[in-house]
Design a protein around this ligand. Structure first.
Ligand SMILES: C[S@@+](CC[C@H](N)C(=O)[O-])C[C@H]1O[C@@H](n2cnc3c(N)ncnc32)[C@H](O)[C@@H]1O
Length: 509
């Protein structure tokens, strides 16, 4: 690789993933919850969004498919990322997204429309101070007043635990022969051997051994892009807020709605201590110290307008939600970053039943006696939790649904077709959510078989076996064609029974 990588890891692509964090309905819900007026363009679907450092561009491509009235600029200096993104855009017939092979500096020189939203995911902590300054200049110049920025970064103090580990990986990967993935695998195994001897930093630091164990199961692409960049900076929230303030940006709240609920993460004493902070940035930093947070997903607004309580309530009441799992599959207890939270049946059962009928606004839910009896705060809190845990999602307004559906159908047809070869973003675009819905390769092959009028188990097996994939059942390998086809027939029956109506309701099947 030449000098164009500017210290960023070269010679290995990033992982292929779609993120829901900055999908418009979710951004609007998170902003409204914190008492900010969500940008009208985002609410209505006619917005302009940029994703600098877009990786493979899968999130921007999916959002472009889901929002035909919006316009997307996604850029990355890695040509293989952009080549793949352009191929997907061409296959899906996207006319509202540009995928630019540019550095941040090239991009900063470009003129274009004002931006309603900018997503900086996996960028801020992994690039140089100079490149952060360039990105700030883009925000200063192109973010429209009222616009929103999503930014994720490694946070202090939680990231402290990763620092010696990164050092170890960087040094070990710089040595020896072989491809970068081989060197990464050897470096992780070496770290595991160091950890296994116990003692020292490994014995005295919570979470290190677990982190190394996790890394053994992560792809080299993830490890390279997380740990091996020349620049790797963890931030106190207050410092990020100060840098972004130079582009007139103000912290608007956590992008993950449940992270806005202090009582979920802090004890009453800790909450009281947070109120002693001098300003919101210090309060947020104190919260991170009290929870030892290592990663943040923040929203910032430029000239954001505050909502009064009545208007906030009105907007929240109008927000409609859809379930992302079958109502029967809602858990009794949820694992959250702060531990296990019970989902009381008296609340979640009627809520699940109501949402199983189709998307419902908070007001419509509260008109049901069983939910009214639980009280508005409890129902809203349940929606916040379900949304944050990807069990439910806010949805887009009815207006524009037909256009979104036609565009999503085109996008999804291209995506489903790719599942024949395993070359897949792993999500389909939902016109209802204006965001992605995860589907496994097998589910996608079943959907593709249906659209081609093929027998689903035989069709799926033809494509899976071509890739050397063998299925398992109850921990045993399925040996031979018949056993694999029988397993697929069984899985197809369960898919038809448990998943298909949900996917239909979300407009992706
Ligand atoms: C960790 S990845 C995140 C990708 C994507 N935003 C996501 O969340 O999936 C960071 C991306 O930023 C790109 N990048 C890093 N420095 C850059 C620069 N100076 N100019 C353009 N792209 C850059 C890398 O090529 C990489 O694809």
């Amino acid at each position: 690789m030449g000098g164009w990588t500017e210290g960023y890891v070269g010679g290995i692509d990033y992982i292929r993933a779609v993120y829901r964090d900055w999908s418009p309905a979710l951004l609007c819900f998170a902003l409204t919850l914190r008492g900010w007026r969500p940008p009208e363009a985002l609410r209505r679907g006619g917005f302009t969004m940029a994703e600098p450092g877009c990786g493979h561009g899968l999130t921007s491509a999916l959002l472009a498919g889901a929002h035909p009235a919006a316009r997307f600029e996604a850029m990355d200096f890695n040509p293989s990322h952009i080549a793949g993104a352009r191929r997907l855009a061409a296959d899906a017939g996207l006319t509202n997204a540009e995928f630019l092979e540019e550095s941040f500096a090239d991009y900063a020189r470009r003129d274009g429309p004002m931006l309603d939203a900018v997503a900086l995911h996996g960028v801020w902590s992994w690039v140089s101070a100079e490149n952060r300054a360039i990105l700030l200049e883009v925000l200063r110049r192109r973010l429209t007043p009222g616009g929103v920025v999503f930014v994720s970064y490694n946070a202090l103090p939680g990231t402290l635990v990763h620092m010696p580990l990164r050092r170890l990986l960087v040094e070990r990967c710089a040595e020896g022969d072989g491809s970068l993935p081989d060197r990464i695998a050897r470096a992780v195994e070496f770290a595991a051997r160091l950890a296994a001897q116990g003692g020292g930093w490994f014995a005295n630091t919570d979470g290190v051994v677990e982190r190394i164990e996790q890394l053994r199961h992560k792809s080299p692409n993830y490890i390279a892009h997380e740990y091996l960049n020349g620049d790797w900076t963890a931030f106190y929230h207050a410092d990020v807020a100060r840098e972004l303030a130079t582009a007139k940006l103000e912290f608007a709240g956590a992008a993950v709605p449940m992270e806005q609920l202090d009582d979920l993460t802090l004890s009453p004493t800790q909450q009281a201590l947070a109120t002693e902070a001098r300003d919101p940035a210090q309060a947020e930093t104190l919260r991170d110290m009290m929870t030892n947070r290592s990663f943040r997903r923040d929203l910032f607004v430029k000239g954001g307008e505050r909502l009064g309580p009545a208007e906030r309530r009105l907007l929240l009441g109008e927000t409609r939600f859809a379930l992302l799992v079958a109502a029967d599959d809602l858990p009794d207890v949820a694992s959250t970053p702060v531990g296990r939270l019970p989902f009381p049946r008296a609340l979640y059962h009627p809520l699940g039943e109501a949402l199983a009928e189709g998307p419902q606004s908070l007001d419509a839910l509260l008109a049901r006696p069983a939910l009214a009896a639980q009280g508005e705060d409890a129902v809203l809190r349940a929606l916040v939790l379900l949304t944050s845990l990807s069990l439910a999602s806010p949805v887009m307004p009815e207006d524009g649904l037909a256009d979104r559906k036609a565009s999503c159908d085109r996008f999804n047809a291209a995506v489903l077709d790719r599942h024949r070869f395993g070359d897949t973003p792993g999500q389909l675009a939902s016109p209802l959510l204006g965001a992605g819905v995860p589907v496994s390769r097998i589910e996608a092959l079943f959907l593709l078989a249906a659209s081609l009028h093929e027998e689903p188990a035989a069709f799926a097996w033809r494509h899976l076996s071509a890739d050397g994939i063998v299925l398992g059942r109850d921990g045993e390998r399925c040996e031979g064609n018949d056993a694999n086809r029988a397993e697929l027939t069984r899985r197809h029956a369960s898919f038809t029974q448990r998943r298909l109506s949900l996917l239909n309701g979300l407009g992706v099947a």
